[in-house]
Unconditional design. Sequence first.
Length: 385
Amino acid sequence: MLLGALLWTPLCRAQDSGSLGLFDATVQTVQTQVGASAKAGGAWSTEAGKMRQELLEHGAKTGEAQVQLALEQLLAKLDVGRVELLSVDEQRYWTYLSAFSGQLDGAPLRHIGAWYERHGKHWFITRVMADGPAARAGLVAGDEMLQVNGQPFSPVNSLQSLAPDAMAQVTYQRLPWSKPKTISVSTEFSSLQTSLLREMTHGQKILSSKQKRIAYLALPMSSNAAFRTALLQFATQAQMQSDAMVLDLRGDYGAVGLTYSEAFLSPPAGPGAQPAAQVTPYTKPLVVLIDHGTSGGRENLAWLLKHRHRAVIVGHASAGQMNPVQAAEVLPSRYLLVTPANVGGQTLAARGVNPDIISDPPHIFTAGHDQALDVALSQAADLAP
């Protein structure tokens, strides 16, 4: 064992609760589960010990915010592509927890079927999940979320104390010059992975652009077989019913991206990839939507479809985090996500995917209008025979 780790061990044992407990547990998780792959050796552990001592010297003034800042500085010194410490108060924590549970209904929480993005101190809806409570209540992407039941909005905490049959009184603002409105919105208790699968099946559609039939699918990615099955069924139907397709890969991290290539490529890509029995790939023109959040499996799939000249890419440059995420539970309320800088010497992850056609409209106060999708639909119609 390295000297830095030896110096750290008694410190971990001496502090297992309070605000420093998060610091101790994070360092220990890095050493035991990330370790050499991130060069978390003696020098890094020694630095962790020094930083912890500084926190101790602050005594009672050391709160969770100070510990979080110290951890961000310490984790930034790891030799990895990206490292994040997610809190139970964040939607992404619950998404990853559900995905890594191996169960479609794992890690349920109370929500209204919407995804949010923070801009400064303001929260905006970026996605309304098809057939969810938010969609049924009339909320749309671009709405600013102000309050729930008279309290400032928080993506997770605002809804967790509500009774199962209680309605949430949601105050939102659609446009900067409009007056805030308060509406009643029902809630549901389910995993976000379940909601994403429902959105995938209920949100798929055939749209019209320039008198062409354009299939549209927002594709979440999960290792659960239900997502792959839904994609293959949609690709088969779209082959018969559409002239072209828009595949929406915008958003957050997705798993097992290359596995999904069988719906669009023959043969599929990936280590040991074999086409599924009776799978007929979608062969008509394909346009892929990406943005700054597209990462992991979604980013891998976008890169592959571009590299194989199978699709035209529309949107904003992707996140540059193609490599698989390593996840570890630090505490029951924290998840550590580590994205390697490279895998097998490949450094494509650092560059990401650049679109063939740039479309990066604002994501706030859009009143549900999706300008990037309009551009993608128009391009798909131009490519359609």
